[in-house]
Ligand binder design. Structure first.
Ligand code: C5P
Length: 228
């Protein structure tokens, strides 16, 4: 089976609070999403990379993406939720993907994905019947909140993981799962509603999702530290 990548990039980045959607913020001299797409386009595992943009995106066309090479394609069909944006990407692949081809869904907002992490995911899931995702064991102690903002309970963090992306599943079951699942926040969540159990592949904390301004500074440090 082949490997395709879908990058949902139709979010508005409202939690970040900048005027620009966060995928277009400047990171190490490039739009943030350029780093994200470069990691996927560079990987010899991946045949095509579909970036899903909002239908009214006014930022993509203002940049030069040619150095990312011929694997990159745009789909101007992002939806109101991340899941809808991913569905638009899956439908764009429908005519060319076989049912058991792999799709790696990766957040535009995770620009620090390394080749080592990508290789680990693809290698560990080769031949897997279900698929899986990069994730990291929870590091902090977890508190459940009461109605009055006080601690109701301390949750044991044993066996709890934070889901990252890429999340890698086969085309047909992922499409069916996302079409059926109403409110899921990731692809694994949709696959789980089919009664399947995605595999957790250990990622790395450096594969952070840029959500708040401090994350942007950290992502820049991570990228600079990797430069030879
Ligand atoms: O908002 P959040 O950080 O969870 O978004 C994760 C990814 O999903 C981002 O890359 C964002 O651009 C994308 N997204 C999307 N369509 C939406 C909402 C989010 O493609 N409607």
């Amino acid at each position: 089976p082949r490997h395709f990548a879908i990058v949902p990039a139709a979010g508005s980045g409202s939690r970040f609070g900048a005027g620009l959607p966060k995928q277009y913020l400047s990171l190490a001299g490039r739009p943030l999403i350029h780093h994200t797409l470069l990691a996927l386009c560079r990987s010899p595992h991946i045949a095509r990379v579909l970036v899903v943009l909002a239908p009214d995106d006014r930022h993509w066309a203002g940049h030069d993406w040619r150095d990312l090479g011929p694997k990159l394609e745009t789909v101007y069909a992002g939806g109101a939720t991340r899941a809808e944006s991913v569905l638009a990407g899956l439908r764009a692949l429908e005519t060319s993907a076989a049912d058991d081809d792999w799709v790696l869904v990766h957040d535009a907002a995770r620009p620090c994905l390394s080749q080592a992490m990508l290789d680990a995911l693809v290698d560990e899931l080769a031949g897997d019947p279900v698929g899986g995702l990069l994730a990291v064991p929870v590091a902090d102690t977890l508190k459940r909140q009461d109605d009055d903002g006080r601690v109701a309970a301390t949750e044991p963090r044993d066996g709890l993981w934070q889901a990252q992306t890429p999340q890698m599943f086969r085309h047909a079951p992922l499409l069916a799962a996302l079409e059926a699942a109403a409110a899921v926040t990731d692809e694994a969540g949709a696959i789980e509603t089919l009664g399947l159990r995605p595999k957790l592949v250990r990622g790395d904390a450096s594969n952070l999702k840029v959500t708040f301004p401090a994350d942007l500074a950290l992502a820049e440090l991570i990228l600079f530290a990797r430069r030879e």
